[in-house]
Design a protein around this ligand. Structure first.
Ligand code: PHB
Ligand code: FE
Length: 325
């Protein structure tokens, strides 16, 4: 499927195209996205919608569920993707108004990319902190293709080792962010024994993260079998509510994030977790969570990339908690 196969209309009075995928229909005006499906309709701020859409596209539907809000979102089946309305909302379920459709990943990916490209104006960057970008509102005013086609930076071994040394950790990459001006930029010295120069590497992770120009966008800095270290810098609110299909660990590297934790399927509140620098938490495989970072902070998200996990957990063969105390 190519972008020309995406079903869309001519621009409306505000300059934006409307899009259709299966029974779902999407249109935007100056302030809002309007989503409709056979059993209902929904309206949300275009600001929150574009920030969530940007992440769903860049992360290729992520692990498990990406809730854009309490109503609309996607579930990744790693090859196909469910698009849903009301599926993880107790009230919609009871009223039998929830709706889900399954699509081949390339079809929903191309549709989402086309919506994101058409609806993002020149001065808005959905990955940026709201303090570092213009607003997304108003009539169509150019586009920002470079920003919306950015993908997360992903090492195949570790930042700094030969195959991953294209990942920049200095001025040739990005400047130090305004909130991390005090972060030391010293790099460790590596003295490898002869013959091991290609196997031993080290880099200053804090310096690397201090140069991140995006928020709530984990990069992958090391890969060891299924162990993925995905650190990220956070400011304001995680634009999605992530429904886990596996356990995920958080290491708060600096400052503070407040996590709202709810039941994954119903949205019932489960916990408020305030993580300060040095705190470590495991998010169970049966919850959804959204983070609030009052000041730009550094977070290490530790993911288990084992593709068999979601099925083993859903069959009860694996616990939803990493440890039983
Ligand atoms: C998460 O859903 O666990 C998540 C996503 C993006 C982040 C941090 C955490 O930047
Ligand atoms: Fe998560």
């Amino acid at each position: 499927m190519t972008i020309t196969d995406v079903q869309s209309t001519a621009p409306n009075a505000q300059g934006y195209r409307a899009f259709t995928l299966g029974g779902f229909h999407f249109r935007r005006d100056e302030f809002f996205v309007h989503i409709s499906w056979p059993t209902g309709k929904h309206v949300a701020s275009i600001d929150a919608f574009l920030r969530a859409l940007q992440r769903d596209v860049a992360w290729d539907f992520f692990y498990g569920t990406v809730n854009f809000d309490q109503v609309f979102g996607t579930v990744n089946h790693y090859g196909t993707v469910d698009m849903f309305a009301g599926r993880f909302n107790d009230a919609y379920r009871r009223a039998e108004l929830d709706h889900t459709e399954n699509f081949e990943t390339p079809i929903i990916r191309e549709t989402f990319k086309a919506i994101l490209a058409d609806w993002t104006n020149a001065a808005f960057d959905p990955f940026a902190s709201p303090a570092e970008t213009a607003k997304p509102f108003g009539n169509k005013d150019g586009d920002n293709i470079a920003a919306v086609t950015r993908r997360r930076i992903s090492a195949s071994r570790m930042v700094g080792v030969p195959s991953d040394e294209q990942i920049r950790t200095d001025e040739s990459g990005f400047p130090v962010n305004r909130m991390f001006a005090d972060v030391s930029q010293d790099e460790p010295e590596v003295h490898a024994n002869p013959g091991f120069e290609g196997d031993v590497a080290a880099f200053n992770l804090f310096a690397y993260l201090s140069r991140s120009d995006v928020t709530w966008n984990p990069s992958v800095v090391s890969v060891c079998k299924d162990s993925l270290y995905c650190p990220t810098t956070e400011e304001y609110i995680l634009p999605i509510v992530h429904g886990n299909d596996r356990v995920e660990w958080f290491l708060q590297l600096s400052d503070e994030i407040i996590w709202d934790v709810q039941d994954r399927d119903t949205g019932a509140p489960r916990a408020k977790v305030t993580m300060k620098a040095g705190d470590v938490a495991a998010m169970p495989a049966d919850i959804r969570h959204q983070g609030y970072s009052p000041k730009r902070s550094m977070l290490l998200v530790w993911e288990n990339g084992d593709p068999g996990l979601p099925e083993r957990i859903s069959k009860g063969l694996e616990n939803v908690y990493p440890v039983e105390f």
